[in-house]
Design a protein around this ligand. Structure first.
Ligand SMILES: [Zn+2]
Length: 196
């Protein structure tokens, strides 16, 4: 049972992990808390945006689009490796997912395959959206992969979690494919090395 860290603490832990952080507008209070609970938090979820261009990507993740109001995550991880904070609190990123996966994340066990969408993920996960087209061709620069590793590690370090608390959207909700272009197992190994 972990309470979400404060917005100020979130900013601090990301900076302490060596990340170049960009604060966007009123990110500390931009959220969907009026639509449902935020917390307890159990993990970190990684996504790709299916967009290109950092300014456009950040704008969409902050504002959302018709049918899916923003924020669509907490931090946008640009190809440069900079992280743009667009919201804090409940955000529209995880959607409904598999309660068996959530139990595995809480226990930091190997993940079962996701085959149900019966549990509110927006309540329980920090979310990072990564600027990528998600077509399997758009490259993932090393600076961006390193920022993913650092951001996830920063959150895990604060909560005392290990890398099994970090999952991809594709491991949460049946039908999702993000992030595409690197393996979450490889990323978890990098995060674990950083935390060791
Ligand atoms: Zn996603």
């Amino acid at each position: 049972m972990a309470s979400p860290m404060s917005a100020s603490r979130f900013l601090d832990v990301l900076r302490d992990e060596g990340i170049n952080v960009v604060q966007v507008g009123d990110w500390r209070t931009h959220n969907r808390n009026h639509k449902g609970p935020w917390g307890p938090v159990h993990g970190v979820m990684i996504h790709h945006t299916v967009t290109s261009g950092t300014s456009k990507t950040v704008r969409i993740c902050r504002d959302g689009y018709p049918g899916l109001p923003g924020p669509l995550c907490h931090g946008v991880i640009a190809k440069s490796g900079s992280i743009h904070l667009v919201g804090y609190g409940r955000a529209n990123h995880a959607g409904p997912g598999d309660d068996d996966v959530l139990r595995a994340v809480i226990a930091e066990r190997a993940l079962p395959r996701d085959n149900e969408s019966n549990t509110d993920g927006n309540r329980h996960f920090y979310g990072f959206e990564c600027e990528n087209l998600g077509d399997g061709k758009d490259p993932w620069p090393e600076a961006q992969l390193e920022a993913i590793e650092r951001a996830a590690a920063a959150v895990c370090r604060h909560h005392g979690w290990n890398s099994r608390s970090v999952i991809g959207h594709l491991e949460w909700q049946p039908g999702k494919i993000d992030p595409r272009g690197f393996s979450m197992n490889t990323m978890r190994a990098r995060i674990q090395d950083r935390l060791a």
